[in-house]
Unconditional design. Structure first.
Ligand SMILES: Nc1ncnc2c1ncn2[C@@H]1O[C@H](COP(=O)(O)OP(=O)(O)OP(=O)(O)O)[C@@H](O)[C@H]1O
Ligand SMILES: [Mg+2]
Lengths: 293, 288
């Protein structure tokens, strides 16, 4: 009952900005529109690789239009967790999930839910930039769209420009949209991957260490883009960079693994400010102050 | 200090090791040289023997297995038609099988198909010819289609296994990127994985075709060979260049044997050409 109500509300909220867009006819071409994105909630989540339990009993509320950062030592299950949020975990060999993950109240692991639809609503950017090597910059951006329904050429042009602006790449590539995506630098490739994800207009964007392979300038650009993006999307980001987490996020989850071979746990979850200034658990404090990890 | 340690290390055992190093390198060079020399020798010999019989008439007249020989017009037509048909049958099937193995073949059935393919690749080509003889020729009479089927069977496992290998080389990240955009698995395959693997797959197909184009044994029991021009691949014996080389070589007529060398040169250049195209495709892909 309650679930349905929330759903209706959000879909109404969603409808309004869309209408404005079509009136101005300039969809996203400027800074991202304000838009109430959907929230997520995770309850009692376990994830396995075959017989190996990688994370256990994770519970978390992911607030809409906020940046939620996930931090923790290597191998504690951050990537595993973020991949369970859009059903990419099951793509891995032996990938299996227990528990529930709600998107606006609806379980994405529900019986009749199509993972393909889930991934359209919850986009993902990976650690290593991975543009499609055979496609141009333009085609990379529309790769997720073009195939879904027929778009007019002008419409596609708008989407490409809008998405590239949102990912802060437009000015650098506007004169070479027909070059190969591989011709870009690593940082540019990563922003191209972000643009590609934005183009399908998801509700939530998951980023798994998007800047770990990039120089500080590119990292800054991605962070800036993120602050813009949260006006429109719900964002979850895995990062090893404490400054990045404290600067760019609203909530922070600290993942920790007690012993080798044990599954990772969500050790502490709170507002970013609290995690970084007065964490409740000792391990969290040790980690954010750089005493281990 | 450290540098001194390294320099003063020229003991007897070090010298022995260096000598051994030089010796083994020399041996490797020597055998490489022999292998290449043999190859060059074969090619040069075929060119020298073959080029002398080339003339405009050689390419416009039909084969003759007696008297002063003839041309290879009908044989070239036969090879062309048979190889084309074999490609049409074998390559798409092989690519499909390769896609299946790479995408859905991580199970018992996949292992079974792989086992069959690898076994098939090892079957002597004459056995495939005999098989087609029993299957088609006894019913239809001599025909080129059966020959093409035999060549297709020879190409099939090679194309399937190279396609599988190439598709598996496509980085998982690219596949994941596509899935994460909400593209279903088959679209990911068609729009992202296959284009990325295309050059490799085509290269593999060309190599398999080049291999099959030179085959003689499977044709003996299927197209039989003929000294007449037969345009109909579904009916009647047909000539092919490889088969003609074989038949001409056992002719008692000197002139026919010479014509066989001319045909061998044509076949050699055809196969080398296919190989060259395959490498060129692979090379341009690497450049990108
Ligand atoms: N595809 C896989 N198959 C089997 N085990 C895996 C797989 N991927 C990860 N694991 C295991 O799951 C555990 C959690 O890995 P995960 O990649 O989620 O950690 P992480 O927190 O993202 O680490 P990092 O910070 O190094 O990226 C590790 O013990 C890892 O070895
Ligand atoms: Mg990780």
């Amino acid at each position: 009952m309650e679930r349905n109500k929330t759903k209706e509300q959000t879909s109404k909220e969603k409808a309004t900005p869309k209408k404005q867009e079509s009136q101005t006819g300039q969809r996203q071409a400027e800074a991202p529109m304000e838009h109430t994105a959907q929230s997520m909630e995770v309850n009692g989540l376990n994830a396995y690789y075959g017989g190996f339990k990688a994370i256990t009993d994770i519970g978390m509320k992911i607030a809409p239009n906020k940046v939620t950062a996930l931090i923790g030592p290597s191998g504690c299950g951050k990537s595993t967790f973020i991949r369970t949020l859009n059903r990419m975990h099951e793509v891995a060999r032996g990938g299996r999930v227990e528990g529930e993950v709600l998107l606006d109240g609806e379980d994405i692991y529900g019986k009749n839910v199509d993972p393909v639809q889930v991934r359209r609503k919850i986009g993902m950017v990976f650690q290593k930039p991975n543009p499609f090597p055979t496609m141009t910059i333009y085609d990379n951006v529309v790769a997720g769209l073009k195939l879904q329904k027929r778009h007019k050429k002008g419409e596609l042009d708008d989407i490409v420009e809008g998405s590239l602006r949102q990912s802060a790449l437009w000015d650098e590539v506007k004169n070479k949209l027909n070059d190969s995506g591989m011709s870009l630098s690593g940082g540019q490739q990563q922003r191209l991957c972000i643009a590609r994800t934005l183009a399908v207009e998801p509700e939530v964007i998951l980023l798994d260490e998007p800047a770990s392979a990039l120089d500080p300038m590119s990292t800054m650009k991605i962070e800036d883009a993120m602050l813009e993006l949260k006006k429109r999307y719900t964002i979850v980001i895995v990062t090893h960079n404490m400054q990045q987490a404290s600067r760019a996020s609203d909530y922070t989850g600290f993942f920790f693994i007690e012993d080798m071979g044990e599954p990772g746990q969500l050790w502490e979850f709170a507002e970013t400010e609290k995690i970084f200034t007065r964490p409740e658990r000792k391990e969290t404090e040790d980690y954010v102050t750089g005493r281990f990890g | 200090m450290a540098a001194g340690q390294l320099e003063s290390g020229a003991t007897a055992s070090d010298r022995r090791r260096k000598l051994m190093d030089k010796f083994m390198t020399g041996v490797a060079y020597f055998f490489t040289f022999i292998a290449i020399a043999v190859l060059v020798w074969v090619i040069a010999y075929v060119i020298i023997r073959g080029i002398s019989v080339w003339s405009p008439a050689f390419f416009t007249e039909n084969t003759a297995l007696f008297g002063d020989g003839g041309g290879i017009y009908n044989a070239m037509y036969g090879t062309f038609v048979i190889v084309l048909m074999a490609i049409a049958i074998g390559v798409p099937m092989g690519i499909m099988a390769g896609i299946y193995l790479a995408e859905f073949g991580d199970n018992r059935l996949g292992d079974f198909v792989r086992f069959i393919a690898d076994t098939m690749a090892g079957i002597p080509s004459i056995a495939v010819g005999l098989f087609m003889y029993g299957l088609l020729i006894l019913i239809m009479g001599w025909n080129a289609f059966a020959g093409a089927c035999a060549l297709a069977i020879l190409m099939l496992p090679v194309v399937a296994r190279t396609t599988e290998g190439i598709i598996r080389l496509v980085p998982g990240e690219i596949r994941e990127a596509s899935l994460a955009l909400g593209l279903p698995q088959w679209k990911t395959m068609l729009r992202v994985v296959l284009p990325t693997a295309a050059a490799g797959i085509i290269t593999g197909a060309f190599l398999a075709v080049a291999r099959a184009a030179g085959e003689t044994a499977p044709l003996i029991f299927t197209i039989l060979g003929s000294n007449f021009f037969n345009s109909n691949p579904m009916e009647g014996a047909m000539a092919a260049v490889s088969l003609y080389v074989y038949q001409a070589s056992s002719s008692p007529y000197q002139a026919v044997q010479e014509a066989g060398w001319g045909a061998a040169l044509v076949l050699l250049l055809f196969v080398l050409g296919l190989n060259f195209i395959a490498r060129a495709i692979a090379f341009t892909q690497k450049q990108n």
